[in-house]
Design a protein around this ligand. Structure first.
Ligand code: SME
Length: 161
């Protein structure tokens, strides 16, 4: 399989439509979740500006355990009652945090992180994990980013089925 990622162009929604298309092409025909999470982390990390971490935590039945990612080494295990990741997993809602220092219980892995977006990954009722993005910029993620990254996360879940 050869895959060429091309620069994203146009409005933000247009860019995210291109990113989702690239994600689908990248994951096409492969169901291995480690392989797909690794490639998707690399795709997103290099396609989007102002990120210092992009990757996955997977639920092991008890807590979230770090999976493939791009960025600095991260906390290995996050209990469901901790952090932005835990909040996303528990609430089943994407957590978009403009200022991580103002988020009670934020787990600081990279002290450069200022804002964060975490998309929960569910297969029906079953928690699979979370897709986590960190930025060194305050309020890096807006509603367009949230919709776009939820669509990318949906590509990941779709490829597992
Ligand atoms: N900040 C996250 C922990 C994971 S790192 O950002 C990679 C949290 O509060 O859950």
């Amino acid at each position: 399989m050869s895959f060429v990622s091309s620069p994203l162009t146009g409005s933000k929604p247009e860019q995210y439509a291109q990113l989702a298309q690239q994600a689908r092409a990248l994951l096409h025909g492969e169901r291995d979740r480690i392989a797909n999470a690794a490639n998707l982390s690399a795709l997103v990390y290099h396609a989007l500006p102002d990120l210092n971490w992009a990757g996955f935590y997977f639920f092991d039945g008890t807590e979230l355990v770090v999976g493939p990612f791009q960025g600095l080494p991260a906390c290995v295990r996050i209990p469901l009652d901790k952090g932005v990741c835990g909040a996303a997993a528990r609430s089943r809602q994407t957590q978009r945090v403009e200022d991580v220092n103002a988020f009670h219980g934020h787990v600081a892995c990279d002290s450069a992180s200022r804002s964060e977006l975490v998309v929960p990954l569910y297969d029906g009722e079953a928690l699979i994990g979370v897709f986590d993005l960190d930025s060194p910029k305050l309020a890096r993620f807006d509603a367009d980013d949230q919709r776009g990254l939820e669509a990318v996360a949906a590509c990941f879940m779709e490829a597992l089925r």
